[in-house]
Design a protein. Structure first.
Length: 267
């Protein structure tokens, strides 16, 4: 699933393309919204909260969308050929000069703008909130510490605690903290965890490539994430990967037995 910085950038691209313009086409290709037509509405702007996209229109209307594992928004010049098959398009928003196409986007819902909280109000502080404050940081740290026995990796993916961290950042944050993802939350400084998460997402928010090492060269972007063949970027040692999380929510989780302390499956 895309990380919060990927969704943040998608929102900025959409906002630049659509904000302040009037839709010539505003159609949906999903059953629940198939008869809805947004043509004639002005696009007021596009915002994000964690991994959720909120496109706001005149007439007090907001479109909520989520990328999940396979969704994306592409922007094209008017009349340009789409890079993805038309049957994968779920939303078409077209102005006089540009078109924004939501391919395989999920959780589509139109709501009154003043009811957006119904869709995103359950989320914790957004790590890429432009109005970030010490109070938000403290709120996230307190929520993280509320279940001290919980595995840190599991807690990091809980968007109700803080919004924006996905599996890659989960794995890399645990490495940088020097603990395994199965370490209880009680054994880390939760304020430090929150600060680290915000630092990493902010560093990558305005580019399509992501790095946690500070090196964008291929094969050098991450410390342990998806480095099964290469080994740990710090010590060169062999990595271990195990599944973490319940049922369908389980995610492959990399860690370095040399650089990270704490419990792990079979350890």
């Amino acid at each position: 699933m895309p990380e919060g910085d990927t969704v943040f950038l998608a929102g900025k691209v959409l906002d630049k393309a659509l904000a302040g313009k009037t839709l010539l086409r505003g159609e949906f290709r999903v059953p629940q919204l198939a008869t809805t037509d947004l043509a004639g509405r002005d696009v007021l702007g596009v915002g994000t909260v964690g991994k959720h996209l909120l496109t706001r229109f005149s007439g007090d209307l907001t479109l909520h969308s989520h990328l999940r594992m396979d969704g994306k928004w592409d922007v094209y010049r008017a009349g340009a050929r789409w890079r993805s098959p038309a049957h994968q398009a779920r939303v078409v928003l077209a102005t006089e000069d540009l078109q924004a196409i939501g391919f395989r986007v999920h959780d589509l819902e139109l709501v009154p703008t003043d009811e957006e909280d119904r869709l995103v109000g359950h989320l914790g502080p957004d790590l890429l909130d432009p109005q970030w404050t010490d109070e938000l940081a403290e709120r996230a740290a307190t929520a993280l510490a509320a279940d001290p026995g919980r595995e840190l990796g599991d807690a990091l993916l809980d968007q109700r605690i803080m919004a924006g961290v996905g599996n890659m950042y989960k794995v890399e944050m645990c490495f940088l903290l020097g603990v395994t993802p199965w370490t209880p939350v009680s054994e880390v400084d939760t304020a430090r965890v929150v600060a680290l998460g915000r630092k990493l997402l902010k560093a990558n928010a305005w580019r399509t490539s992501q790095t946690t090492t500070g090196d964008l060269r291929r094969g050098r972007e991450h410390w342990v994430y998806e480095r099964t063949k290469q080994g740990c970027f710090r010590c060169g040692g062999r990595l271990r990967v195990a599944s973490q999380g319940p049922g369908h929510q389980a995610r492959p989780t990399w860690f370095c037995p040399k650089c990270q302390s704490g419990p792990a499956p079979g350890r």
